[in-house]
Design a protein around this ligand. Structure first.
Ligand code: NAP
Length: 362
């Protein structure tokens, strides 16, 4: 029996299936196909976001599945860049329209800061803006447009801000969590507040698939790396959101009828993700790896903290030969995609950034 047929109960009593399908980096048509396949495979929980640009595809798949709407749990998110009450109201209305749904099951603030600031480690916490956006989410909840509301990428101080300024305690916080990168202190804090922790990037956007240590641990249980990743998070009381477009993988990711021993959980807690080795990232070849290390960036987590642009600036400061190619490579590594798969808008933005940076106006 898979936990996909089991539920966590949110603090308002709403039941949420314990495993959900992620849909980041799927375009509208891909998302429609993937969600259709996932529903056929038994998934009843889909995670999307306005920023993924695929809500229409997700909505079509849910409608065409023939499964009653009440039996499918759908999450969407107000973009990280939307930081006004009015903007959030508009975004919620647009998401419902694009999904073709009268309500979503869970509505989240995608991140406490716009992504550029998140990646660059921006210090401005946007407390007043997040309080205003939260008010729009509370109104959506009270109007029946969302059965539950929450946040994503919020740390303790961001959640505290909502607790102090808002009326409703967030029902969930969707945060990055996987073997080798488990936020134990934040998890304990959220548990104490009765806020469910959802785990995004449970397979580290695919990077854990290439980790020999984790593969060996999975083999001990006769399962694959993704199953071990999903089960590890379930045993931590998290709600994993694995993403895949392949029906066979979808079925695998639901096969969680085994138990990781306490000893092995402790071992996995200590695996300081070899998975986050720079060498394992797409696009980061030996030359770029050496240059990143020279400016103090040794693994994915550090690259992610520094952000592509921040990392490029640090490279540039150490070595003026860093260029557009390097920036695109770093962007790709952060997104877990091949450089060629980056949208033209990201590449154009990268080129513009390099021009500005080279001109010394930074
Ligand atoms: N709130 C946020 O800020 C935030 C940020 C990131 C992600 N998320 C959510 O979390 C979801 C998951 O995170 P993620 O997209 O970073 O990726 P992930 O689930 O950590 O990893 C996805 C990768 O693993 C592969 N995979 C999955 N199951 C597999 C299997 N059984 N065998 C082999 N390969 C398998 C996928 O392959 P294929 O795709 O080739 O099938 C894909 O390359 C997202 O889609 C999104 O919904 C939220």
């Amino acid at each position: 029996m898979s936990e996909c047929n089991e539920f966590y109960t949110l603090s308002n009593g709403v039941k949420i299936p314990k495993i959900g399908l992620g849909t980041w980096q799927m375009d509208e048509d891909t998302a429609e196909r993937a969600v259709s396949a996932a529903l056929a495979a038994g998934y009843r929980h889909i995670d999307t976001a306005a920023a993924y640009g695929n809500e229409r595809g997700v909505g079509r798949a849910v409608q065409r599945s023939g499964i009653p709407r009440a039996q499918v749990f759908v999450t969407t998110k107000v973009p990280a860049e939307v930081k006004t009450y009015r903007g959030a109201k508009d975004s919620i209305a647009r998401s419902l329209e694009d999904l073709g749904m009268g309500y979503v099951d869970l509505l989240l603030i995608h991140a406490p800061k716009p992504w550029d600031e998140m990646h660059a480690g921006g210090k401005e916490p946007h407390f007043a803006e997040n309080a205003a956006v939260w008010r729009a989410l509370e109104e959506a909840y009270e109007a029946g447009q969302a059965r539950a509301i929450g946040v994503s990428n919020f740390r303790e101080e961001d959640v505290e801000n909502i607790l102090q300024s808002g009326k409703i305690v967030p029902h969930a916080d969707q945060i990055k969590a996987h073997i080798g990168n488990f936020p134990a202190a934040l998890a304990a804090y959220l548990r104490g507040k009765g806020i469910l922790a959802e785990a995004y990037s449970p397979i580290a956007t695919g990077r854990l698939l290439r980790d020999g240590t984790i593969a060996a641990a999975a083999a001990k249980y006769g399962v694959g790396v993704p199953q071990l990743c999903v089960k590890y998070l379930l045993q931590k009381g998290f709600l994993p959101l694995p993403k895949t477009t392949h029906p066979a993988f979808m079925t695998q990711d639901l096969q969680t009828d085994f138990t990781i021993s306490g000893e092995d959980v402790a071992f996995l807690d200590g695996v300081k993700a070899a998975s986050s080795r720079l060498a394992d990232l797409p696009n980061v070849g030996g030359r770029l790896e050496a240059r990143l290390k020279a400016v103090g960036i040794h693994d994915f987590e550090q690259l992610s903290e520094a952000g592509a642009r921040g990392a490029w600036l640090r490279l540039d400061a150490a070595d003026g030969s860093a260029d557009e190619e390097d920036l695109a490579a770093l962007e790709g590594a952060l997104r877990g995609t091949e450089k060629e798969a980056l949208p033209p808008s990201v590449l154009a933005e990268g080129a513009a950034f390099v021009r500005v940076a080279k001109a010394g106006t930074r």
